[in-house]
Write a protein that binds this ligand. Structure first.
Ligand code: HEG
Length: 147
């Protein structure tokens, strides 16, 4: 079981409590799709993704970025039981969507980068450590149904 210190909980709740989901969600997903273009394969039905400009201005991609980021809310509300919290979503991504689980980490790194870019110098190393620990637990839980 994952143990969270009071400081980690404070950092994580502080980051997400002040987060503009509608801004960071699309940016993180766009970054993932541009930097790791093979992740585009799951979004064939989302409309034009033929260039960086098209990906950036695609409303379906933006909406999905917001949805994914809100997908983290359930972990925030269940910090002490993240694995069970993602059981259904893990089954969906593995058995229905066939998303390669390596991609969870790529997207979560893009979330970290966008949060860092937004927070600038106030994004301290120990805040980053708490955020990346949180995202690593989410990634592990999402990958659970694969093994
Ligand atoms: Mg996934 C659907 C969350 C990574 C591709 N993703 C969803 C949904 C949520 C979610 C909440 C909606 C589920 C539903 O409709 O019931 N995704 C989520 C999280 C993370 C993640 C929290 C990791 C941080 N997803 C992820 C990655 C890919 C991917 C890395 C592909 C590279 N997700 C994907 C696709 C769908 C979802 C293709 C279905 C989209 C649709 O057809 O509407």
């Amino acid at each position: 079981m994952v143990v969270w210190s009071d400081q980690e909980r404070k950092f994580i709740n502080g980051i997400f409590g002040n987060l503009d989901y509608d801004n960071i969600g699309p940016k993180a997903l766009v970054r993932c799709l541009v930097v790791y273009p093979w992740t585009l394969r799951y979004f064939g039905g989302f409309g034009d993704t033929s260039s960086v400009a098209a990906i950036k201005s695609n409303p379906n991609i933006a909406a999905h970025g917001i949805k994914v980021l809100h997908g983290l809310d359930r972990a925030l509300k269940n910090m002490d039981n993240i694995k069970a919290t993602y059981a259904d979503l893990s089954v969906l991504h593995s058995e229905k969507l066939h998303v390669d689980p390596d991609n969870f980490r790529l997207l979560s790194d893009c979330v970290t980068i966008e949060i860092a870019a937004k927070l600038g110098s106030s994004f301290s190393p120990d805040m980053q450590a708490a955020l990346q620990k949180f995202l690593a637990v989410v990634v592990s839980a999402l990958g659970k149904q694969y093994h």
